[in-house]
Design a protein around this ligand. Structure first.
Ligand code: NDP
Length: 596
């Protein structure tokens, strides 16, 4: 095996590089993100919880938390632990859960091991039932956190924020339900993938059959339920699903079993590695769940992912597999230079992707279908998928892969879906077309912030995001963002970012309250310094313009500095978490100004 060029175990690396480039090039489109559409209002209705009427709120709270998903729950929990009782969570959904509230499609489950993915397990005493828990259990866990920390008491559901205005010492929060209340602090945990999108395919409105987006699954039409009851109403239906990302990979096996005919319209195949799910053994779990266990597991998973020191791989799954291979290769290098490191990464990636492609051949019986299902790009170019029934579904008689060879669906007609000039007549079209990413934060949030001196957040971020740690923004006192950008930027386990950000915000708020400070704001110098530090790094780990287009790389369009500002701490995620822990516990809160 050679490290830099030539072949590894018979793989012609130059031929693979060429193939990857060709596959990317044929998928590039001039319209980038503009190819997608927002969902029309009737697609967005909440199919899960009836809306209840209530009087508008015009009172005052200490903290308003926008978003009742993991970000809001984690921050709310830490605030309560820190003694801040007066916390109001708002969400456009009918309950807690965020992405797990909306995404109830059949087969939905976490792709990252539950022990590191599901937050606050230790605090709530919950043992995940499986290594990769299914969606109903995760949603129930969100409710558990809400109850455990008393976050239901003042929560406002089915409530969308329309604007935030700094009044000096407090924020005015306005919502689509007529609320106009004030909050000393506002926390925004709106999530990276919460605005569903549709492909801009001509003719979608002409379709006479039934259509919905996967994040609003219509069980009334399909039959079945999120817990896995068979979708009996599809038994005589021809169903089209458009998209083959992580969502489709999980729901296709269920549709394949239920529908009379299933047409899977593919533009780019996903890489689908082994899942290897299993129930949690309570005895094993009791052995690992000693005090501080979840933090140790989180840190271990992150260390494995980011090349930091780790003695063992606790999680041992598809995410850490690539990292283990790269580590092993690096250990064998006679000389470690940037070039040999990059070559070691590439070799491991080629090897991994060859295995994933070989798996397609081993599982899928029809050679033409198998050819279509093979992914030709580096593993982290697109969201890696893991499943043990997706490829197998294409062996069922009623299941058809319609590979559009990178071109996408051409048109939707009254009767069905057209690809490569052929019309497929169907009764139902399911859009597994994902969520808006890469557009401006305020566009996705659905509201702007009017900060000190009337400055808008959209103006402050006109040339890209600016913050300290991804949390504090100059000119926007007492407002905190919870996310992954400009912090650790750990994409394989978003909850770890949220866990740490929630802890940081709770610490800062508790400090302000304990010392009678009515305002806290990052200084301009600290924000500028953090932005300079981010720009001194290599930019986001994922999202190379050399990759096949997708939301990881802004549909193949290099965003320049704006894109690099979407990255994280140059030292990597594990180093960021260590840094922020020191920053918090020093008590100096360097870069923040408390007033008075
Ligand atoms: P994605 O954006 O990943 O996938 C959208 C799909 O729609 C892609 O296959 C895309 O093709 C396809 N598409 C778009 N336009 C067209 C068109 N005109 N014709 C045909 N196909 C089209 O959305 P998902 O909902 O699948 O996943 C979003 C993210 O949510 C994931 O990446 C992951 O981060 C998260 N997720 C996590 C899960 C978990 O942890 N368990 C489960 C599901 C999702 P193309 O690739 O060519 O753009």
């Amino acid at each position: 095996m050679t490290a830099a060029t030539g072949s590894i175990d018979g793989i012609d690396k130059e031929a693979l590089r060429r193939k990857y480039r060709e596959e990317r090039d044929k998928r590039l489109r001039p319209d980038g993100n503009d190819q997608y559409l927002r969902l029309p209002a009737d697609y967005l209705d909440d199919p899960y919880t009836p809306r209840t009427e209530r009087a508008p709120k015009t009172d005052h709270v200490t903290v308003a938390v926008i978003g009742g998903g993991f970000a809001g729950l984690l921050t709310g929990a830490r605030l309560k632990e820190a003694g801040v009782q007066d916390v109001r969570v708002l969400d456009k959904a009918g309950d807690f859960g965020g992405t797990w509230y909306w995404n109830r499609y059949p087969g939905a489950q976490c792709d990252t091991a539950s022990y590191v993915y599901m937050p606050l397990l230790e605090e709530t005493g919950h043992m995940p039932s499986e290594k990769y828990a299914h969606a109903p259990e995760i949603l129930e866990h969100c409710r558990r956190i809400g109850k455990h920390y008393g976050l239901y008491d003042d929560a406002l559901f089915h409530t969308e924020v329309t604007g935030l205005e700094w009044l000096g010492g407090r924020w005015l929060v306005r919502t689509g339900r007529g609320d106009a209340f004030t909050a000393r602090f506002v926390v925004m945990g709106i999530g990276p993938l919460h605005v569903p999108k549709l492909p801009g395919i001509p003719g979608m409105a002409d379709f006479r059959g039934h259509a919905f987006h996967t994040s609003r699954w219509d069980y009334a039409y399909t039959g079945g339920d999120p817990a896995g009851a068979p979708m009996d109403r599809l038994a005589d239906k021809r169903v089209a699903i458009i998209g083959t990302g992580a969502t489709a990979v999980q729901c296709v096996p269920h549709l394949a079993r239920a529908a009379a005919e299933l047409y899977v319209f593919q533009r780019t195949p996903s890489s689908v590695d082994v899942r290897g799910n299993r129930p949690t053994d309570p005895e094993w779990f009791a052995g690992i769940a000693t005090p501080g266990w979840q933090r140790r597991w989180l840190e271990n998973f992150t260390a494995m992912q980011t090349g930091a020191q780790a003695e063992e791989d606790l999680v041992m799954d598809g995410w850490t597999d690539l990292a283990r291979r790269v580590r092993a290769r690096i250990a064998e290098l006679p000389e470690v230079t940037p070039q040999t490191l990059l070559a070691a990464f590439e070799d491991s990636d080629f090897e991994k992707m060859e295995e994933i492609r070989a798996r397609v051949d081993a599982v899928v019986r029809d050679p033409e279908t198998a050819r279509g299902l093979k992914a030709w790009y580096r593993q982290l170019c697109k969201r890696p998928c893991f499943h043990d029934e997706y490829l197998q579904a294409f062996n069922l008689p009623g299941v058809h892969l319609v590979d559009t060879d990178g071109k996408g669906v051409e048109r939707v007609t009254e009767k069905g879906v057209v690809a490569a000039g052929r019309e497929y007549e169907v009764d139902c079209v399911i859009y597994a077309s994902g969520f808006e990413v890469g557009t401006d934060w305020t566009r996705r949030a659905g509201y702007d912030l009017t900060g000190r001196d009337g400055r808008l957040l959209s103006e402050h971020w006109a040339d890209g995001m600016r913050s300290l740690h991804g949390i504090h923004v100059h000119g926007f006192p007492n407002a905190f963002l919870i996310g992954h950008t400009q912090g650790a930027n750990l994409l394989s386990n978003i909850p770890h970012n949220l866990t740490e950000a929630g802890r940081t915000v709770a610490t800062v708020v508790a400090h302000a309250l304990a010392h009678g400070h009515t305002e806290v704001e990052v200084t301009k110098e600290a924000e500028d310094g953090w932005v300079d530090l981010l720009l001194s790094g290599n930019g986001p780990l994922l999202g190379s313009p050399d990759c096949t287009p997708g939301y990881y790389n802004n549909e193949g369009r290099d965003l320049g500095v704006r894109g690099r500002l979407n990255g994280g701490y140059p030292g990597g995620a594990a180093a960021f978490f260590a840094y922020i822990d020191r920053w918090r516990s020093s008590g100096a809160f360097e870069g923040l100004r408390f007033h008075p």
